[in-house]
Unconditional design. Structure first.
Lengths: 205, 730
């Protein structure tokens, strides 16, 4: 057993664990902070991502002993830290993930949200490409990622006080009456399209 | 005016999940629990002659269970009961469980597992589905006389054929499978908690293995980190193993698979080979279809007969075939048993029919979009099982929507490219349908139940065995119940799926939770609303007054099949599914002809969901399912060598990351289904069917080659490009 003194979510905590234990093991099985997930234990999935001095790091690849003296933030700390910084309720990233459908099974979320928080801390207004890059170490099998990108963008929009862009599927959703009407027009429209079959540009954006 | 239908409700499971408070099985703090592990076979086929226990190890420090310790029947009860919980003598696949060990900690467990030495005599194994000696199940669907059309092809008609193969695929739920089991209580009852889709399947398996009554086996679902079918059948194995260990160890046991072990031993998608040929009139009208479907079932039956059934029933594609003959078999090999995965047999046959339609379009000189449009099933048409389509047939609507969004109907698909350089752009198309709910009389036999209970404070508790696995069951059930009761969402509480409390609503599979169980829930809620009565007061006030007046606030409803539905299991004729979801995809790819690398840049999809009860949730289902389909199309390789999965971790078992995901463009089409709650129909699996054929179609558009196997890896694409170049040279 090795005694450990860790700074987690602003608190200094003392515990002890076998010397080979990772930060993930100590967080989960010594400190009871089970919000950080284990999806692979090999550094492949990102579910165990925590912030170490504000930077995302894989807790399953970090020896607990080497985390001493650094400020560690886990998912459990996001809301308290936001409140301590004068915020109200959950971190904007958490609120946005909840509202945008960015979470389904929720297992990738803690790591995903900490990666997103780290991104917004260093780049308050990232592009879609920067968001994709920053979250590329966090696997999600449920969402197809789009609603995760939208959640990060919503958190950005809210922090800048601007209205978020509408989500693509909202614009394109057909109303039932409209769908029926379109069904009637379908045959005619398609016949006309075939007339024009001029090898046109194909997909338009 | 509907308050909750068509509007996004906050997810009841949302706050706990974003704050890291949701409890998954590995998060459960169970004082005194030991950890469990499995001794596995290292050959794909053989005889277990015995288990030697290293005398140098102190066996009093651990608990061990073998086949002889199974108190009930040594089977994983599912369909055929052919799979043992622990090998007694015959080994049928790599990684098959031989013995179980529980130890106080991981280190001691690892030592004990290494100290068990199985004595195995290896036997010759079969890994080739075309050489299998044993058939688990065969099915034939026939309509008209397809043979006659092919024997005597009408003048001007054309026959097009192809053979298409699909490899396996890993579900890759990010949370691995796991259970915590508790030792038997003094009355003999047993409790397990875990990550699962179908609590009552697990309950049935536990009862058989432990030799107890089903009511004596209590199964509780914890927060579950994804399933996609992967947690439909295998949890029964794991729960029985954990319960057996808890019994011999006389203490709680955690049995949670590491990623490596999960990849190696849990069931994946059935590999398939589908031969298909079709006859078309010169104008593209389909005359006859023949398909020969062959699935590799792996070593045991698991759910294979039902997977085959869905595969065969979707082999026609969403098209009219006056004559059709579809034969299917699922056969035994010594691969790790294959099992349920979103789509459940349909993605394999959908790939074949859609690739064939592209090939036919090319050979007939008809635009692939037009060929689909000409043959699309429409309201009033009849499917190959003789089912007349009456309700919620959104086929033309989705075709129209996808054409409007993409202009694919005007894209010169397959025309030679003017571009120079190795990077080629292509667009591809697919049109598909998916039967929602169980096949044939499945729902009628199952009669899934939902109960409602009025609580003293006037709130309504929903008791259902359907599980939240991320897809949004909790939000959907809350919205459906609140709407049907005329109550507030806050008046609805959901019981945890716990077999001690909730009725059997049927498994959380087959795109049935919203449509079938949600429909039963809506009916139960309507009944309760009628009992309580409408009025000016709030729901809770009225409900409390109803209870105070001696009213009975408990309602249970069971599924009632739509009137007139008929299905003959022997001839495979009749109404194969209550209703179908319809969809069309267009994929945009870039293919590097030097490397064979494919980049799927965009995916448009138009999906007829009946009614989008929760638009954000259904969009999430569509995007998530479509990304799994795109991954399978060209990236997700799952292979076995000597029966052993070669992908041992997430670095080798590749699934799409944020950088790989295409830009999605989802159009929700709503052609309401009168048999579903508020017009909704099942949609969970549909998005898995069309992505792969659309991507392969786009690769063909970009390069001129005709990929016939999924995944279309760079190696396979390069092979086809080389063959094309050699052909051009010759
Ligand atoms: S658990 Fe750390 S990366 Fe997967
Ligand atoms: S929400 Fe399930 S893995 Fe991301």
């Amino acid at each position: 057993m090795r005694p450990l003194r860790l700074t987690v979510n602003g608190d200094t905590l003392e515990t002890a664990a076998p010397a080979h234990w990772t930060l993930l093991e100590v967080l989960r099985y010594r400190l009871g902070l089970t919000g950080s997930k284990q999806g692979c234990d090999k550094g492949d999935c990102g579910a165990c991502t925590v912030l170490v001095d504000g930077r995302p790091q894989l807790a399953c690849l970090t020896l607990a002993a080497l985390a001493e003296g650094h400020a560690i933030t886990t998912i459990e700390g996001l809301m308290p830290l936001h409140v301590a910084a004068g915020g109200d309720g959950p971190d904007p990233v958490q609120g946005a993930f909840d509202r945008c459908g960015a979470l389904q099974c929720g297992f990738c979320q803690p790591g995903m949200m900490l990666s997103a928080r780290a991104l917004l801390n260093r780049n308050p207004c990232p592009t879609r490409g920067e968001i994709r890059e920053a979250l590329s170490g966090n696997l999600c099998r449920c969402t197809g990622y789009t609603q995760i990108f939208e959640a990060v963008e919503l958190a950005v929009a809210e922090s800048l006080g601007v209205a978020p862009a509408p989500r693509a599927w909202e614009e394109q959703r057909m109303k039932p009456a409209e769908a029926q009407e379109q069904a009637r027009r379908a045959a005619a429209a398609l016949a006309a399209a075939r007339e024009r079959n001029d090898g046109g540009p194909g997909a338009r954006s | 005016m509907e308050r909750y239908i068509g509007r996004d409700l906050a997810r009841p499971d949302g706050p706990a999940k974003v704050e890291g408070r949701a409890v998954y099985v590995a998060d459960l703090d169970v004082p005194g629990a030991w950890v469990g592990g499995v001794v596995r076979s290292t050959v794909a086929r053989g005889l277990l002659l015995g288990l030697d226990f290293d005398p140098g190890f102190d066996w009093r420090t651990v608990a061990v269970a073998t086949a002889a310790d199974v108190p009930g029947e040594n089977v994983v009860a599912l369909i055929a009961d052919d799979q043992p919980l622990l090998v007694a003598r015959e080994i049928e696949h790599w990684g098959e469980p031989l013995a179980l060990v529980a130890a106080p900690d991981e280190l001691q467990l690892a030592r004990a597992l290494a100290a068990v030495r199985p004595r195995i005599e290896a036997r010759a194994a079969c890994f080739d589905l075309e050489r299998s000696p044993r058939v688990f199940k065969s099915i034939r669907v026939a309509q008209g006389d397809a043979g006659a059309v092919f024997r005597d092809v009408p003048p001007g008609a054309r026959v097009v054929e192809g053979t298409y193969r699909t490899d396996s695929q890993e579900q890759l739920y990010v949370e691995t499978q796991g259970f915590v089991a508790f030792p038997p209580a003094s009355d003999g009852s047993v409790t397990v908690r875990g990550s699962l889709q179908c609590p009552h399947y697990v309950q049935k398996a536990l009862a058989r293995a432990l030799g107890i009554a089903p009511e004596e086996a209590r199964v509780v679902q914890l927060a579950t980190g994804g399933g996609f079918g992967g947690k439909e059948d295998y949890p029964s194995v794991l729960a029985c193993h954990a319960a057996l260990l808890a019994r011999v160890a006389r203490r709680p046991v955690r049995l949670i698979l590491g990623r490596h072990e999960d990849l190696a031993v849990t069931p994946k998608r059935h590999p398939a080979r589908v031969r298909v040929r079709a006859a078309f009139a010169a104008d593209g009208t389909g005359l006859a279809l023949e398909a020969d479907v062959l699935f590799d079932g792996g070593a045991y039956t698991t759910l294979s007969p039902v997977v085959l059934s869905r595969g065969v029933l979707h082999a026609s594609g969403p098209y009219r075939w006056p004559a059709a003959e579809i034969r299917g078999s699922v056969v035994a090999t010594n691969h790790v048993p294959y099992g349920a995965f979103r789509g459940f047999g349909a993605p394999q046959t959908c790939l074949a029919i859609e690739r064939l339609m592209d090939r036919a379009a090319r050979e007939l000189g008809i635009h692939p979009f037009e060929l689909r449009l000409r043959n699309a099933l429409r309201p009033g048409d009849t499917t190959v099982t003789g089912q007349r389509l009456e309700h919620s047939v959104g086929s033309l609507e989705v075709l129209e929507a996808i054409a409007r969004r993409t202009g694919f109907d005007r894209h010169a698909w397959g025309a030679p490219h003017a571009e120079s350089g190795p990077r080629r752009r292509g667009l591809g198309f697919s049109f598909f349908f998916h039967g929602a709910g169980f096949t044939g009389s499945g729902e009628e036999l199952l009669r899934g139940r939902v109960s409602l209970a009025l609580l003293p404070d006037g709130r309504v508790e929903v008791l259902a065995g359907s599980t939240e696995i991320g897809q949004g069951t909790q939000a959907l059930f809350t919205a459906i119940a609140a709407e049907a009761l005329g109550a507030d969402a806050a008046d609805v509480v959901l019981a945890t799926p716990d077999t001690a409390r909730v009725p059997d609503s049927g498994p959380t599979v087959a795109s049935r939770t919203c449509m079938v169980v949600g429909g039963v829930l809506a009916a139960a809620a309507a009944e309760l609303r009628q009992r309580v009565g409408d009025g000016a007061a709030s729901w809770r006030e009225r409900a409390r007054a109803f209870l105070a007046g001696g009213g009975d606030g408990a309602v249970t409803r069971a599924y009632a099949p739509p009137p007139g539905a008929r299905w003959d299991e022997h001839s495979y004729r009749g109404d194969a599914y209550p209703v179908y979801g319809w969809a069309a995809d267009v994929a945009e790819v870039f293919v590097d002809e030097d490397t064979g690398e494919v980049d799927v840049a965009r995916l448009w999809t138009a999906v007829d969901v009946g009614r989008a009860l929760q638009p954000r949730l259904v969009t999430g289902q569509i995007e998530g399912g479509a990304l799994q389909a795109v991954g399978w199309a060209h990236r997700e390789v799952v292979s076995a060598r000597d029966g052993r999965c070669e992908q041992d971790r997430l670095a080798t078992c590749i699934v799409p990351t944020t950088l790989d995901a295409p830009r999605f463009d989802v159009t929700l089409v709503e052609v309401p289904y009168p048999g579903g709650p508020f017009g909704a129909k099942g949609v969970g699996e549909l998005p898995m069917d069309g992505g792969a054929p659309a991507v392969l179609s786009a690769i063909e558009d970009a390069t001129g080659i005709h990929p016939a196997q999924v995944p279309a890896t760079p190696e396979r694409i390069l092979d086809l490009l080389v063959a094309r170049a050699e052909e051009a040279h010759a």
